[in-house]
Design a protein around this ligand. Structure first.
Ligand SMILES: [Zn+2]
Ligand SMILES: [Zn+2]
Ligand SMILES: [Zn+2]
Length: 283
């Protein structure tokens, strides 16, 4: 598999356009990988994780056109991960007539958010989950399911993220004997997720994990660096990491993480890597 980061920031972007803090000012000065859009990941040109608000910009900035997109896995419905207008942008309504039908996988809650965001266009969803007008087939999923998505094997796992309001998902994605764990937005993983990972019993080649609070305080709905390392240590203890597994910090917030070169130095001391927008990796 090949994976390309289309965005690596937390909800407000990095820099936050409205913010004059030291990190945001320095990011504007140095530019390059210190400029982060809202999080999304593209796999093999046909599988997108999160239909986020910055994927259109990312597609041209990082030479990652989405015209071959066939599958989308939605982690959750927070607005930095789901921008319903994009369903229209790839539909005949906006003059797109040759795109493959999109197989869209999301929780009931995320689908409700997408539908309400589509206004009158939402009415074209019907009982079978297929929308001709939006060139879309909808698949409702829940945590702890394992299913085929085209050539991929996908397992949905529960995140620790805003549990009073929503069901947020993490994804384990396998293809051709290789595996990727996409784990944002989440706090320390729920025990049900550790149980499911243990039952899976494979070894992860790449882990992409929440680093929202970086050098800041611990959280229950995101991770700081110490919590991030604790999750990685538990994956290793559970024999869930390949010997040469690569670990990437992702979903990076301006208030708790320095500019990219400095965050890379900080992470290297503990043996992990830092994602940046446009970064393409082979799994
Ligand atoms: Zn987020
Ligand atoms: Zn800032
Ligand atoms: Zn979120």
């Amino acid at each position: 598999m090949r994976a390309q980061f289309l965005g690596t920031a937390a909800a407000e972007g990095y820099p936050d356009a409205f913010c004059g803090c030291t990190n945001c000012r320095r990011a504007r000065e140095v530019g390059g990988p210190s400029l982060r859009k809202r999080s999304a990941l593209l796999i093999d040109d046909d599988l997108l994780i999160d239909l986020g608000p910055d994927v259109l910009t990312a597609a041209y900035l990082h030479a990652a056109p989405l015209d071959r997109l066939r599958y989308c896995l939605q982690t959750h419905e927070h607005a930095d991960h789901l921008h319903p207008a994009l369903f229209l942008a790839r539909s005949p309504f906006c003059g797109v007539h040759d795109a493959p039908q999109l197989q869209y996988y999301a929780t009931r809650g995320a689908l409700d958010t997408a539908l309400s965001g589509l206004g009158r266009h939402g009415a074209s969803f019907n009982d079978t989950g297929v929308s001709e007008a939006l060139n879309l087939a909808v698949h409702v999923i829940e945590p702890c399911q394992s299913f085929a998505v085209g050539p991929y094997r996908v397992t949905s796992l529960r995140a620790a993220h805003d549990p009073q309001a929503i069901v947020a998902l993490l994804y384990l994605i396998e293809r051709d004997g290789r595996s990727l764990f996409y784990a944002t937005d989440t706090g320390p993983l729920p025990e049900a997720t550790w149980t499911a990972l243990g039952a899976w019993g494979g070894s992860l080649d790449v882990v992409i994990m929440d680093h929202t609070f970086g050098l800041g305080q611990p959280s229950t709905g995101h991770l700081n660096a110490a919590q991030f390392l604790a999750q990685i240590a538990r994956l290793r203890e559970g024999d869930l990491l390949a010997e040469d597994a690569r670990i990437y910090a992702h979903h990076i917030a301006h208030h708790s993480n320095p500019i990219h070169p400095e965050l890379v130095e900080f992470a290297a001391l503990s043996g992990y890597l830092v994602a940046h927008d446009g970064l393409s990796i082979t799994i």
